[in-house]
Write a protein that binds this ligand. Structure first.
Ligand SMILES: [Zn+2]
Length: 210
């Protein structure tokens, strides 16, 4: 077992970093009254978790429990050993929170909610590119011949929200097999000139759409 030390419960103040280990060595009993751990996890790191000491009590189903510290600075006061070795527990809980926040941010940054929001954003980016970026592959068919996106939709920050609002509210959901189309091919991407259309309707009419 070697370096296993025994935990005596919460401390008045938690020393930080490497001092924990020294504190353990100095203050915990040298001879154990407890059942030893089957596997010594002392000092090992699992994801963000570093094992600090063995808890005196086993879990209800007889598993060893460890007091751990997370790299974020939080304590994980009671972690079952097998949760560490199987990769079940890799942080004090901060990791899950971060992942959840990240995906939430991803969804809300552009007002995206599921598939429809996503494709609206793809549409918006595509239109913006081909009407404003001279390096875009098909710019010559759009910006290059005076086809622009309505200025309130281009605007940084609120532009996409307005564009999405217009599509959702005025045009409604995109019917299966249709895509965004301009009614008048010589007018821009602007309120009043957009509709959902099938590919063949669009081909009969004009150049292209998204
Ligand atoms: Zn943490």
């Amino acid at each position: 077992m070697g370096r296993v030390v025994w935990d005596q419960g919460p401390r008045r103040s938690a020393p930080s970093g490497g001092l924990d280990r020294q504190w353990d060595l100095l203050h915990l009993p040298s001879r154990s009254r407890y059942m030893p751990a089957l596997r010594d996890l002392m000092g090992q790191t699992f994801g963000r978790i570093t094992v600090v000491s063995l808890l005196p009590e086993r879990s209800k189903n007889g598993k060893t429990q460890w007091r751990c510290r997370c790299s974020c600075g939080e304590w994980a006061p009671c972690v079952i050993g097998t949760d560490l070795t199987t990769g079940n527990t890799r942080s004090c809980g901060c990791l899950q929170k971060e992942v959840a926040t990240r995906s939430l941010v991803k969804q809300t940054t552009h007002g995206l909610s599921g598939k429809s929001g996503n494709s609206h954003y793809t549409r918006w980016v595509g239109i913006k590119q081909r009407t404003t970026n001279p390096n875009a592959a098909n710019y010559h068919n759009y910006g290059g011949r005076g086809i622009f996106m309505h200025h309130t939709w281009i605007e940084a920050g609120k532009g996409f929200e307005r564009f999405k609002w217009y599509l959702d509210t005025v045009l409604g959901p995109c019917p299966e097999g249709m895509s965004l189309d301009r009614k008048d091919n010589d007018q821009g991407y602007e309120p009043g000139n957009l509709q959902w259309a099938t590919q063949s309707q669009q081909l009969g009419n004009r150049r292209t759409s998204l």
